[in-house]
Design a protein around this ligand. Structure first.
Ligand SMILES: NC(=O)c1ccc[n+]([C@@H]2O[C@H](COP(=O)([O-])OP(=O)(O)OC[C@H]3O[C@@H](n4cnc5c(N)ncnc54)[C@H](OP(=O)(O)O)[C@@H]3O)[C@@H](O)[C@H]2O)c1
Length: 334
């Protein structure tokens, strides 16, 4: 079978990735073999390919690429009970096993479920990681109907899903984006602040929650915007909390460095009577089921930046790397 593989780290994806002819994998007892119909990219994919995360993701080259996929179950391991051959499924693979840019992929069955029937393969693949990450974040902040949330970067893969999901939960949503994206992001259900023209810190009312998708100063700047008891949840930048540092399997030196990074955040939490949590997505069946149900309502629409053919994976990575995607980049495999 054909599979895209990372052959060396670097920003030049043409030099670092290749389509190889490899053996079709066989599922272990707790796995399914999926015939991939569509895959979607996330920023983590180009960060891995560039080598930015090699301290966390130890990979043997040639390495598998990308996490989000949808397709049809082609084989099931003998312990798998909830799926059968022919099922249409979607998933994001566990963080230690990218490799969906291939004609077939084996995935632990406990992170794979039936694709919502109202979605195409391309749409379903595009929702996997952004959906699960956002659901984890909204669970951790316990977002409630009527609360005010700021979701940064409303035009991104995460933002375009999160706006609609938070609206579905009944929250009032504020978001930031640049001028050319304002109109369509507004249609997703958010009050939009054009960060090219306005300072969002002056435009938002007192908030209950900030979903920080940008990191850096956006994390620290979130605290003064909150009402007492407010919550900041972050998925970007380097301010991991103790729990996520463990999850990454960081050694003592990194943990010490992370503790230093977190010190100003702890002070801000105290000063503003707020909480802070960093989320590192790890798929699980409970959230996948929640995501599937949310998507089946038909309320959340897919925002696809561009669809690429299987030959155009390098172009798709370059688009993702640009940081200017409007929603998801999807690769059609079958
Ligand atoms: N921790 C986790 O488990 C996890 C999981 C998924 C994603 N993430 C991280 O979350 C971040 C967002 O992911 P994503 O998939 O949404 O990325 P993305 O789709 O690549 O985001 C691109 C969007 O970001 C917007 N943007 C860039 N700078 C901005 C700014 N200063 N203000 C407002 N909008 C801005 C761009 O809009 P304009 O062109 O209008 O600027 C563009 O539409 C990434 O860092 C990713 O690695 C983490």
């Amino acid at each position: 079978m054909k599979a895209w593989k990372l052959i060396k780290y670097g920003k030049d994806f043409k030099a670092g990735m290749e389509i190889l002819e490899v053996d079709k994998p066989t599922p272990a007892d707790d796995e399914v073999l999926i015939e991939c119909h569509a895959a979607a990219l996330n920023p983590v994919d180009y960060k891995i390919a560039e080598g930015q995360l090699k301290l966390f993701y130890k990979q043997k080259m040639p390495a598998g690429l990308a996490f989000d996929c949808s397709g049809v179950v082609a084989e099931v391991g003998k312990n798998v009970k909830h799926l059968k051959v022919g099922d249409e499924v979607f998933c994001t693979t566990p963080t230690d096993s990218p490799g969906v840019l291939a004609e077939f992929v084996t995935v632990k069955a406990d992170v794979v479920t039936q694709k919502p029937k109202n979605l195409s393969y391309a749409e379903a693949a595009g929702f996997a990681m952004v959906g699960l990450t956002t659901i984890s974040c909204m669970e951790v902040v316990n977002l409630k109907a009527g609360e005010k949330i700021l979701i940064h970067a409303g035009s991104g893969g995460i933002g375009s899903f999160a706006i609609q999901y938070a609206r579905q939960l009944g929250a009032e949503v504020f978001t930031t984006t640049s001028t050319s994206n304002v109109d369509w992001v507004e249609e997703l259900g958010a009050k939009v602040i054009d960060y090219k023209k306005e300072d969002y810190r002056k435009e938002v009312p007192q908030l209950d929650v900030v979903y920080d998708t940008l990191g850096g100063d956006f994390t620290t700047d979130a605290f003064p915007l909150l009402s007492p008891g407010g919550r900041v949840v972050s998925i970007a930048g380097r301010r991991l909390d103790e729990e996520t540092a463990e999850q990454y399997g960081l050694n003592w030196l990194f943990k010490w460095f992370m503790k230093l990074q977190l010190r100003p955040i702890k002070k801000l939490c105290k000063k503003y009577d707020a909480s802070y949590k960093f989320i590192l997505n790890e798929p699980n069946m409970e959230r996948l089921t929640k995501l599937k149900k949310a998507l089946e309502t038909g309320y959340i629409k897919t925002v696809i930046n561009h669809t690429y053919s299987f030959d155009q994976v390098v172009e798709a990575f370059e688009m993702q790397q640009s940081g200017r995607s409007k929603g998801k980049n999807v690769i059609l495999i079958k």
